[in-house]
Ligand binder design. Sequence first.
Ligand SMILES: *Cc1c(COP(=O)(O)O)cnc(C)c1O
Length: 397
Amino acid sequence: MENKRRIYLDNAATTRVDEEVLQEMLPYFRDNYANPSAIYSFAGEAKKAVGRAREQAAALIGAKPNEIYFTAGGSESDNWAIRAVAEGLANKGRHIITTKIEHHAVLHTCEYLEKQGYEVTYLDVDSDGKVLPEALQRAIRPDTILISVMAANNEIGTLEPLAVIGKIAHERGILFHTDAVQAYGHIPLDVEAMHIDLLSASGHKMNGPKGVGILYCRENVRLHPLIHGGAQERGRRAGTLNVPGIVGFGKAAELSGKTMQERTARETALRDYLIDRVLTEIPYTRLNGHRQDRLSNNANFCFRFIEGESLLILLDQKGICGSSGSACTSGALDPSHVLLAIGLPHEIAHGSLRLTLSEETTEEELSYVVETLKEIVERLRNMSPLYEDFVKQEKGK
Ligand SMILES: *Cc1c(COP(=O)(O)O)cnc(C)c1O
């Protein structure tokens, strides 16, 4: 078989581990394999490495190292944050506010809590996917114990007004959690300035390893454990530490902080090149998400008269990896809950394509993607009876 070209534009689903990160991790698989909880001096190097990673993870968001808990990824951190607050404050109230566009790790945790007798308000967003602070204000009740709003949406890339939301939460004495899995290492985050009490992040969305994440929890917030067992992570998260993963997380956090400004400026220019060309060269196409306030690497389009899955299969045949939304919903035929929440009708939401860039993406690759997309979209539309009817109607006018 010929060695097919591969253009990877699904960095919101996962990223490649950075070479420096990998090199940093490797010794902790074999040479320094000691359990960091052990007393003997052989464990010292692993223990030190975990401490260093905790500092690196904290520094990226203006937190203290003792406010960082290592977990097995973003999903665990989201589950933990929400369930811990729900359990811990059950006597104070049982009302939680979140949004309709959260990741399923947040939405399904909230649905689980509803079955346990909690009440959840799912805020609407505007047509760009932004939470409206006035709507949040109106949703707050005396028994509200938690507000959970994501930092950046994983499908359409829209950035939420975290500082405004956090300020409202704190003025009303309510804890604020943010799922920052897409934002951590990609946009500046500051838990003080943004009034964040709990924050979830994941290694594999920022060129670190899979299966490791953090939950930041503000010092004065009592954190109920999710996983019971040994005394690791100050007795809050049992289980022998994933030392190589934690070391990789820390290194990835450090590097992404260092390169953030330059990397995101470059990505933004390429993203805008892609968006401008697709919107001007392919008719009946729309951009989903806010035009400016979006992740530097995210483009999300809807092509009318097209089915997203067919588009992905044909793109794959040309070596292009894209997504129709979140990886978790691929395979399901329901349109994305995010696209429905920004007000798109089902038939348009079905024709969506998410392309997410990386540091390694080039203009030449994107140019090839645009040319390929033009061909494929035209081919699929020519096979569509809906498009045929539409063209006839347009001609009749
Ligand atoms: C990927 C993602 C998650 C889940 O993180 P994992 O580490 O894969 O469990 C949660 N929230 C958002 C916004 C994500 O993009």
